[in-house]
Design a protein around this ligand. Sequence first.
Ligand code: PLP
Length: 497
Amino acid sequence: MYISTRGVKYRVTASKAILSGISPDGGLFVPEVFPEYSLVDIANLCDTDYKGRAKYILPAFLDDFTPDEIDYCVDQAYGKGKFPKEVAPIKAVTDKLWSLELWHGPTCAFKDMALQMLPHLMTVAMKKNNVDKKVLIVVATSGDTGKAALEGFKDVPDTKIITFFPEDGVSRVQKLQMTTQEGDNVQIYGVYGNFDTIQSAVKRTFCDETVVYAVRDAGYEFSSANSINWGRLVPQIIYYFSAYCDLVNNGFISIGEKIDFAVPTGNFGDILAGYYAKKMGLPINKLICASNANKILTDFFASGRYSFNREFQTTISPSMDILVSSNLERLIYDLSDKDYETVRTNFQLAGRHSTFKISKDIVAKINEHIISDYATDKETKQTIKRLYDEYGYLCDPHTAVAFSVYEKVGEKDVTTVVVSTADPFKFSFAVFSALSTEFVDNINEFQLIDKLGKLTHRKPPKQITGLIDKELRFKQKIAPAGVRNRIQAAVVPDNIV
Ligand SMILES: *Cc1c(COP(=O)(O)O)cnc(C)c1O
């Protein structure tokens, strides 16, 4: 069963936790108990492929799903046409330093690992709970999440997805990725406003009774695809086990040997999944939490004070430009021995005063598991160049933040896996300008992708180069005030209010 991080009142099954997304008391759902794996279990995992590993791990968390239902979700998410045969390959930088590439899915970013699975978990959960409604997913996105969610929910029966992005706040490739989206159940709008404005407009609509009732009357229920949903977290645990098994299988570690993971961190979902893997018995020594200049987590782990009362920095690793790391709540809950009262007080304080402080005890416990530091844009670019020049390894700026922090604070005698979160071609401008001094401000993103490919003798992914030939399906640009009407119109077309 799943319980909230903020109290004992809500205790639900896995499928209900996934359908609700967030607990009604404002907390996040967590499993009451975690499965524990022995080295024998891990050895069994090593004998199978990624899908096999997923089918072994997921039932322990989704215990109201049948084996057939889990097989269905895994095959839909990681099957043919979605990912290559090796779903999450590890690549050697040196014998001791590896990169776990999580970006070989449909949108070239690690969010696919979870967002390819979430829609199927949701539709199965609906049937299981005899929900006769359909789901309306609403996404406010600053770029990557929107595309990954659209690709995940496209043509999934009984779902519709509507996505809003800042018209002037995403890259050309990101915009084309969304505006050329295929699928009969998708709608996409550019909005004249920044991400925060759009997010507020969406949140207001969720609380607008007129819209909520109209949506319900049309047979739909709102849901969200953001990373606090347990259904987005649980698929991420799998790849930590998978990377470990791959290292055992290729002989670079022996089973039982402890390794480190370095994780580029924003909302704390990715690294939290690593912490849960460790808790389940995966031999992990330390998790390296890598931030960019928005180093709120680095400061928090050093001082115990969380404070997002600070200036937001725009960096070359935009998917980590975050001040509120929602999933941190789950870590604090776990390491405070499920002290939900303190968690509730702290996060309510955070809501009111943008700051809270945890005890020295918990800080010490966090530091038993997590090493934390940050990298500036300059350091990130230097790392991209050095990795390429010295080892021939090309990585995107988010991944480079993690490599850079590993260089600063990593344990060099411990085998370390850097979690690589995006295809370098998705962030061509930053990558090219890290490698070359050539002036490229006056050429477009597709020309730049071509140049980067030639410079590094690599083929850019078809998902990106193919965009230029795709039909532009969504051209509408709206004001933030229009968000509410578009959401309602998505399911009640004749009744725009
Ligand atoms: C979302 C994202 C991250 C951060 O992951 P969190 O789970 O939010 O910590 C890092 N890199 C890329 C490319 C991302 O899209």
